[in-house]
Design a protein. Structure first.
Ligand SMILES: C[S@@+](CC[C@H](N)C(=O)[O-])C[C@H]1O[C@@H](n2cnc3c(N)ncnc32)[C@H](O)[C@@H]1O
Length: 214
């Protein structure tokens, strides 16, 4: 999305102080094809965490726990709930969370987040909801969980530009076209949702930041 040279330059500045265990998770994700948040996308989330200081965070789509762990490390006073439906990824995430000794800060739930009735009954309000699961279901997740969002809360959605293809849907293969169309519909709906101020940033894989209007 950004000029290649700009991306390379920004990449060269990245994460020199990162912990080895984080780099190992990134390596594992790359080797096994598990999608995790792009580094620059996470840079953005990190700044939001510092600015907003959310106490309660809900993540939909844990994968191997990478973003939940990174959020927990950046916002040590927060409590994070994260939902993953794939049992294999859930098990890896549980292990990663243990390795980082973050079991007291991160509650991981093995469930389909679309079955909201079965999950997160014990928490009434989240300050930040991070949607990063099935890309064609963003609107469903948003509508299911927004009732749990604090009055001045925020919802972050990742991959809303999906490798830039969302802006050029004619380049989508037949296989991903339905998903790309769904993301386009979601972005349109989100930008026109009168209850939120939404900006879409061409950072990482495209990040939408929706702030609930007071
Ligand atoms: C992009 S990955 C999440 C990456 C993670 N947030 C990170 O950056 O480290 C999306 C994950 O959402 C999970 N997922 C998809 N649909 C889901 C659903 N309905 N309920 C729970 N998890 C779901 C997938 O199994 C996948 O592991």
């Amino acid at each position: 999305m950004l000029d290649e040279k700009v991306l390379l330059y920004l990449g060269s500045l990245e994460y020199k102080q990162d912990q080895t265990a984080i780099l190992e998770m990134e390596k594992f994700a790359k080797q096994t094809g598990v999608p995790i948040m792009e580094k620059m996308g996470f840079d953005f989330v990190r700044q939001i965490l510092k600015l907003r200081k959310p106490k309660m965070i809900l993540e939909i789509g844990s994968a191997i726990g990478y973003s939940a762990i990174r959020m927990a490390l950046e916002a040590p006073n927060s409590m994070i709930y994260t939902i993953e439906k794939d049992i294999e990824r859930y098990n890896i995430a549980v292990n990663n969370i243990k390795n980082f000794k973050l079991e007291n800060q991160i509650t991981i739930i093995n469930a389909d987040a679309l079955n909201k009735n079965q999950i997160i009954e014990d928490v009434n309000q989240f300050d930040l909801i991070f949607i990063d699961a099935a890309k064609g279901k963003n609107k469903e997740f948003f509508e299911l969980y927004e009732e749990k969002l604090a009055p001045n809360g925020i919802i972050i959605t990742d991959n809303v530009l999906f490798k830039g293809i969302v802006a050029s849907p004619e380049n989508a293969t037949k296989r991903i076209k339905p998903m790309i169309n769904k993301i386009r519909e979601y972005n349109e709906w989100l930008k026109n949702n009168p209850n939120y101020d939404t900006a879409i940033y061409p950072i990482g894989d495209g990040v939408a930041l929706s702030i609930r209007k007071g």
